[in-house]
Design a protein around this ligand. Structure first.
Ligand code: HEC
Length: 150
């Protein structure tokens, strides 16, 4: 390719790259962009797992300071999970509350809790949470049965 063709292409590419960078660092953006959520290894304390992953922004989680989000349901899945699994409209594959939590995090679209918005929970957690982090999240949430004062 000649240099005369290549130069404008490079300039356009740089311009588009700049636009993209501006878009993803816009501080007024309220949506949780995947590039701002670091990989959670699972070695972190449980509170950090929920805050690092951004769950705390959308969910209230008993015993997790700062987890007082109201976008999604309160994560007292020990109490609510059995009813989800028994719901006639449940089409997922989980047989246990533990697996229901993992499924809800990896594939939020499989079952949308009534009264809450579909397509809101991020769909990219599979790439951001390690298996250990997922296990710890599920083990913690399946034990939560009621909201407790924090
Ligand atoms: C941007 C907001 C948002 C974030 C961030 C988010 N969620 Fe959610 N979540 C929702 C909404 C809204 C629902 C309800 C609709 C649905 O079922 O998809 C939900 C549903 C759930 C459910 C099913 C709850 C039930 O009562 O059956 C679980 C479990 C869950 N989220 C766990 C998590 C975990 C763990 C994280 C962090 C790794 C997380 N969510 C991050 C918005 C969010």
């Amino acid at each position: 390719m000649s240099e005369r063709l290549l130069t404008p292409i490079i300039i356009i590419a740089l311009f588009l790259g700049g636009l993209w960078a501006l878009r993803s660092t816009d501080p007024s953006s309220v949506t949780l962009a995947p590039d701002r959520v670091p990989l959670v290894t699972g070695d972190e304390p449980i509170t950090e797992i929920f805050t690092k992953a951004g769950c705390a922004a959308c969910h209230t989680v008993p015993g997790i300071p700062g987890a007082d989000g109201r976008v999604g349901p309160p994560l007292i899945v020990g109490a609510t999970g059995p009813a989800r699994l028994a719901d006639p409209s449940y089409r997922g594959h989980a047989q246990t509350v533990h697996d229901y939590v993992i499924e809800s995090v990896l594939e939020p679209g499989v079952f949308v809790v009534a009264g809450y918005p579909a397509g809101t929970m991020p769909t990219w957690y599979g790439a951001k949470l390690s298996g250990l982090a997922l296990e710890k999240i599920a083990a913690y949430l399946e034990r939560q049965v009621e909201m407790v004062a924090q």
